[in-house]
Each structure stands twice: as C-alpha cells, then as structure tokens.
Design a protein around this ligand. Structure first.
Ligand code: ADP
Ligand code: TRP
Length: 337
C-alpha cells in the first residue's frame, strides 16, 4: 500500500527558534516513518519580506543545515528549495482562478496589515504587495502539487491549510476529483509555544530562543525569560508559567513531572528552573549544533542535496500538474511533442 503524504515548508526569513522546532520541525520529522515526507524551504514566500538576494540565499542554506542537523535524512525525505520546482508557480496561476477574492480578504496576515493601516489612518492597502495578498494561493500550490494528505504546522498556519483545502474543493467541484484535499496536523501541546516575553515565540517579536544559539547567548536568553515575581517559598502555577511551558518539552517526562510537583509545593526559585532548562537544551542540541556548523561549512553539499530533492519533487509534481492541465482544458505538455 502506498503511504500517505506529509508535506510542510518553512520560510527562510530568519534564524530558526524553539517555537519552529516544537511546533513544526519535530512533529514533521516524527511523521517520516509513517508518511512519505516532502519538506521544503519556501524561498519564494520569503520574497514578500526580504529584499536582499544574498541574505535570502544564505538563510536558505541555514534552514537546510538546521533541518539536516536535526535529523532530516535527505534520502528518506524529499527535501528541496521551492524555487527549484517551477511547477509550483504554474499551478499557482491555475489555482488563482479557483480562489475567491473574498477568501484572500479573510487571510489573517492580510487582515492584520489592513487593521494596522486603518488604525494608523492610512489607506487600507498601504504597503501591502500582491504577493502578501496572494500568499495563500502559492501555499495551496505547494501543498496540492504533490497530493499531500497532511500538513504538520503550528497553529498560526491552520488557516492557510484550510484555504488550500477550500481551493482544492472549488477546483474539484468544477473539474472532478483531481486534487487531494489536505488537512493541517497540529499538536495541541505545541500549537503555540511562548517566547521569552510570554507572547507567541516569533521572529517578528524579538522574543525567540534560537535552536542553535551559542551557549553564552542561550544562557542569557534563558535568564531573560519573563516569570511572575513570586518569592521562592510560595507555590507556583506550572500551567501559567512560560518557563515551565518550555521546560516540559525538553526534560524527560519524569523530570518534567517532578518539576511540576516542585512548582505546586513551592520552596525554590525560578533561577533553578532556568539553570535546568539550559542544561536540558544543551543536552538536546549540543551535538546537533556541531553537525550544523559542519553542514554550514559545506555549501556544495547543501546545494547538491537540495537540487537532488528538487528533481524528486518534480518527478512527483509533474504528472499531477499534467492531470490538472488536462482537467481544466489546458494542453498536456506531453501532447505538444
Ligand atoms: P515566525 O512566527 O517566527 O515567523 P514562521 O511563521 O516562519 O515563524 O513559522 C514556521 C513554522 O513554525 C510554522 O509551521 C509555524 O506554525 C511554526 N511556528 C512558529 N512559531 C511557533 C510557535 N511559537 N509555536 C508553535 N509553532 C510555531
Ligand atoms: N507559510 C508557512 C509559514 O509561514 C510556510 C509555508 C509555505 C508552508 N508553503 C507551505 C507550510 C506549505 C506548509 C505547507 O510558516
């Protein structure tokens, strides 16, 4: 029996952090055995935020090196760079015709930009490019091109995956069951990992802990995690603590449970938890950080790996695109001879 497909992407717009790791990278890597995995670096999506070719290129290699160091096996996973698969862009144009403008008006990222403009008394679309507006269509093409069944992501991407499902249904309604309707796979316990200030950990908020921060920086960032001001002797609520929210995912289950009990009992300071979190992160990522440095020193290997992945992605996506073209009345490439 052929395995179902798990697909996910990540934009090269900044350094990867623990929110990315817990919310998307770890769950995606855990699916590799059960699903056929297709994971990629969404560099075309990053164009909406970055205006610096050299930085886009180096961030792309950084993401590649992160994922390989964290255990992505490029023989097992189809791993590539979005812009190496031109079929995605062709499918984007075709899907745009099955996407209602109203759907795009409701996208959170676009709505947030409009709300910020209106609050500042500006024109509602000031500074909004069409790439931001049509972002969900490109993302739908990413997902639908390979017949993906599940899309492991954090909570903030749920709406985008639902939009891809909506677009697939609209297309299928008109042309028959050509596209697989995908589903977001979101782990409730890591759907929204808090940052050092308690808001969602996000590179937009400068509250992130990078996965491969050097030890000194890591220690400093952990020390900066915001906690309440309860003195050591008082009992504390683990469920309401940002520090515990991170600690529980990196400690062994029995350690996490012991720490939960200590919170409830009181009699210790947050500084102790911070020191334990530091140890747990060092233990988890120390060796991977070294592998990361080695990958970063070998761009040729990264480049070859991504190109090989792109060939495999095109071999899966190409035939599906042909079926899409045929279904909606565009000519088959193969028939053009
Ligand atoms: P950022 O918010 O830092 O820009 P991205 O939007 O690039 O992060 O997210 C990449 C992936 O990581 C997505 O699947 C997203 O849902 C997930 N993710 C990002 N931040 C978090 C978080 N704080 N908690 C859980 N998942 C997250
Ligand atoms: N929009 C996603 C993010 O910001 C990245 C992404 C692009 C993606 N295409 C995708 C995620 C397809 C899952 C599937 O994180």
């Amino acid at each position: 029996m052929t395995r179902k497909i798990s697909l996910s992407g990540i934009k090269p717009t900044g350094t990867l952090h623990l929110g990315n790791y817990l919310g998307m990278i770890r769950p995606a890597l855990e699916l590799v055995k059960e699903y056929r995995a297709i994971y990629f670096i969404a560099d075309a999506h990053a164009l909406n935020q970055l205006r610096d070719a050299a930085r886009l290129e180096s961030l792309t290699y950084e993401i590649a090196a992160h994922l390989l160091a964290l255990g992505l096996d490029p023989d097992e996973v189809v791993f590539f760079r979005q812009s190496d698969v031109p079929e995605i862009f062709e499918l984007t144009v075709i899907l745009a015709a099955s996407t209602s403008k109203g759907l795009l008006n409701r996208a959170h990222a676009y709505k947030a930009a409009v709300d910020a403009n209106l609050a500042a008394g500006r024109d509602m679309d000031a500074g909004v490019n069409a790439g931001l507006y049509t972002y969900p269509v490109l993302m739908a093409a990413d997902i639908l091109l390979y017949g993906s069944h599940v899309v492991p992501v954090g909570q903030d991407q749920r709406q985008h995956v639902e939009m891809a499902a909506d677009i697939a249904q609209t297309f299928n309604h008109a042309y028959g069951e050509v596209l697989v309707v995908p589903e977001a796979l979101i782990r409730p316990e890591v759907a929204l990992v808090p940052g050092t200030d308690g808001r969602k950990m996000s590179k937009s908020y400068a509250n992130v802990i990078p996965i491969f921060a050097p030890a000194r920086q890591l220690r400093k960032q952990i020390m900066g995690i915001l906690t309440d001001s309860r003195p050591p002797e008082q009992p504390k609520d683990p469920a309401a603590c940002n520090l515990f929210a991170l600690y529980q995912h990196f400690a062994a289950p029995d350690q996490a449970e012991a720490m939960r009990q200590r919170y409830l009992a009181g009699g210790f300071g947050y500084g102790e938890v911070k020191a334990e979190l530091f140890e747990a992160l060092e233990a988890r990522f120390g060796a991977a950080r070294e592998r990361y440095e080695n990958y970063m020193a070998d761009r040729l290997f990264l480049e070859k790996t991504l190109l090989r992945g792109a060939d495999r992605a095109r071999a899966i996506g190409g035939p599906l695109l042909e079926r899409v073209r045929a279904a909606c009345g565009l000519r088959y490439y193969t028939a053009r001879g």
